[in-house]
Design a protein around this ligand. Structure first.
Ligand SMILES: [Zn+2]
Length: 152
């Protein structure tokens, strides 16, 4: 009754001051909060070694892409109809943790799905969070982000 329950428990919040640090180190814990190194987790999606099999996986990789400021990954994981022409990052914004609150659909058997999450960040030293219900669909077989939905 020790380790097998840990996956269901609340995720640890990464330490705020290291939130943008681990990304530079492939051997550091992945910013998305899963129990793996950045290289083995979202790093493998960012550099194209793997693709997301679920909407939640894609959503986590997109969060990590904001942490490491990988605009190319964000753009190519965005639906062609809603993708912005480019992405600029707020230099004073530092992402500090991700909580996945719920999902619908989005498995390898689905064509669309939603992920509700809360992403924590600091902006000029102030703590904030972004609570979003995101919609994902498959485009050319791959999960992509479409847009934020109204939260119920
Ligand atoms: Zn990850």
């Amino acid at each position: 009754m020790s380790k097998q329950m840990s996956k269901k428990s609340a995720r640890r919040q990464p330490a705020t001051e290291t939130a943008t640090g681990p990304a530079a180190n492939p051997a550091a814990p992945c910013p998305c909060g899963l129990d793996a190194t950045y290289r083995d987790c979202c790093g493998s999606l960012h550099d194209g070694r793997t693709t997301a099999t679920t909407a939640q996986r894609l959503m986590r990789a997109r969060y990590s892409a904001f942490v490491v400021r990988d605009a190319a990954y964000l753009l190519r994981s965005w639906h062609s109809t809603t993708r912005p022409s480019d992405i600029s990052f707020e230099p004073a914004q530092h992402w500090t943790g991700l909580e996945v609150l719920g999902t619908t659909g989005g498995s390898s058997f689905h064509r669309d799905g939603t992920v509700e999450f809360r992403a924590h960040f600091t902006l000029r030293g102030q703590a904030h969070s972004q609570h979003e219900l995101s919609r994902f669909v498959r485009e050319d077989g791959h999960w992509v982000y479409v847009s934020a939905l109204e939260r119920p």
